[in-house]
Ligand binder design. Structure first.
Ligand code: ZN
Length: 506
């Protein structure tokens, strides 16, 4: 006799919860590797994570798990579509189906090529020698095409890869929104570049004692709502945020004695990710009802606190007097206005990770357009450096002097991460649209920030986004909260409103 749906559902949840626990153990190992582990520990750590990864893969692809989910998909528990059981069944089935569609040989080949690709890329970047990296990038692109074919897609192969990061999103939709952004952002950045005004950014590279930076970062992180009783801040080379348990969120940063912005805005960024993780329903930790919607939505939470809050005038109305007391030598002679302008500098530059709030999106557009062309076969890998430089000239008005500062600057493609880049700009776009809505709903956030009140915004995000887990797709969530689909306009309006007065442009 067949099991009744409720029994089956409970069994599926138990299986998934234990698999999620193995994944959280993988996260503990990963956090340790990136913050504490001595270099000599790397080899054994790699064996530990390989063993765990195999166990996790085996559990998600377990044929019995697949049968239970298939049966549940046809049961009354799969309705209504946004109900608890339906969401759990749909999202877990999607996860299982994606994983079983990929042949083991292809998964292994992708993993092997990613390791070799990153080695080759590091070497090529150091020597500024794209030609030596070219064969591995060609192989990566070819394998990613195979991956897309194995997974299947609604319209174009890129859909299949994007889906890994932005579930249920289509390339055509993203391309349309990003093209709308490009049309308006390229001229805006050009106007800024041509304006005679420049902030004095040298004030940000004065001496900022590391221990004071850390104390100030912690104070601000707590003030915006990161819960240090359920989280930690540690030091790493490449900052990240990960949750090791429902009440254990780890954020990381790196300090530079001679630069204020890196660590400070980095902490706000990672705290934004952390506040999202801390707001997810803990009882469903790493399960669909307690997991983030997409990378883009996750990034929207970090960018919102970093840029929309942390680079706002009202935020610094509250925090600047405090910053000045903390860093009297660096900021004693700096006016609030000069500081505000400096942290909002917009200047076309070559390196994505150092880019400002506005030009950052142009770096992403270049990559998004090029990686689609690579995957579709419209752009041979051999022509990539030339195409890269041409787009930098068109969008940012600058051209890389060499490939190390151009096409070779990011690790992503060498690691097989194609389809990932647009999530950064989607994050900025979601953040802008959500922030505008929160401002309307909460009746003027600027006055609240100036008064040191950040809790109303955090609680609004918690209720509207964090508590929802994966109940809605990113597109559904944005439309439900703001009443309209994702648009480039809120970000463009935010940037114009801020940069207009600073740079004397209309
Ligand atoms: Zn981020």
């Amino acid at each position: 006799m067949a099991d009744d749906p409720q029994t089956l559902h409970d069994r599926v949840c138990r299986h998934a919860a234990q698999t999620a626990m193995l994944e959280s153990i993988e996260s503990v190992l990963g956090w340790d590797e990136r913050t504490m582990m001595p270099t000599a520990g790397a080899e054994y750590r790699a064996e530990q994570t390989t063993l765990l990864a195999g166990m996790i893969h085996g559990r998600w692809t377990d044929p019995a798990f697949g049968r239970w989910l298939a049966e549940l998909s046809d049961s009354p528990l799969a309705e209504p579509p946004h109900g608890d059981t339906a969401v759990t069944i749909r999202r877990l089935k999607r996860l299982h189906d994606r994983k079983v569609r990929l042949p083991t040989a292809l998964v292994e080949e992708l993993a092997r090529t990613a390791v070799l690709g990153q080695q080759s890329w590091e070497d090529a970047r150091r020597r500024d020698d794209f030609a030596s990296f070219r064969p591995l990038l060609e192989k990566t692109v070819q394998l990613k095409r195979q991956e897309a074919e194995a997974l299947g897609y609604p319209q174009c192969p890129y859909d299949a890869l994007l889906d890994d990061y932005e579930p249920d999103e289509l390339t055509a939709n993203v391309a349309a929104v990003l093209a709308g952004l490009r049309e308006r952002l390229v001229p805006l950045v050009a106007e800024v570049s041509q304006s005679g005004r420049r902030p004095d950014v040298a004030i940000l590279t004065r001496s900022y004692p590391v221990d004071v930076q850390e104390a100030f970062g912690r104070e601000v992180g707590a003030k915006i709502g990161f819960d240090f009783d359920r989280g930690r801040l540690d030091v790493t080379a490449h900052p990240f945020c990960d949750s090791l348990g429902p009440h254990d969120c780890r954020i990381t940063t790196r300090y530079d004695e001679d630069y204020f912005s890196g660590a400070f805005f980095g902490i706000l960024h990672e705290a934004g990710h952390g506040i999202y993780d801390q707001g997810l329903p803990g009882g469903h930790y790493r399960l669909p009802l307690g997991e983030a919607v997409s990378l883009g939505i996750h990034e929207s939470q970090s960018r919102l606190w970093e840029n929309f809050v942390g680079r706002s005038r009202s935020f610094w109305e509250h925090f600047y007097p405090r910053a000045r007391r903390q860093f009297p030598q660096a900021l004693g002679d700096v006016s609030p206005e000069a500081f505000y302008f400096a942290v909002n500098e917009v200047r076309p530059s070559l390196i994505r990770v150092e880019a400002d709030e506005a030009t950052y999106n142009l770096h992403i557009l270049v990559r998004f357009e090029l990686e689609q062309a690579l995957l579709d076969g419209d752009l041979p890998v051999a022509d990539l450096p030339g195409a890269w430089n041409e787009k930098y000239r068109q969008y940012l008005g600058i051209e890389p002097p060499d490939d190390a500062q151009g096409v070779l600057q990011d690790v992503h493609w060498s690691a097989g991460l194609i389809g990932y880049f647009p999530t950064y700009t989607l994050g900025n776009l979601y953040a802008a649209q959500l922030f505008a809505q929160a401002d309307a709903d909460l009746g003027g956030l600027a006055a609240q920030f100036a008064g040191g009140q950040f809790r109303p915004l955090r609680d609004w995000l918690r209720e509207k986004i964090h508590r929802q887990g994966q109940r809605y797709s990113a597109a559904e969530l944005i439309e439900r909260i703001t009443g309209r689909p994702l648009s480039p306009m809120p970000l463009v309006e935010h940037l114009r409103a801020k940069l207009g007065p600073l740079y004397g442009i209309s």
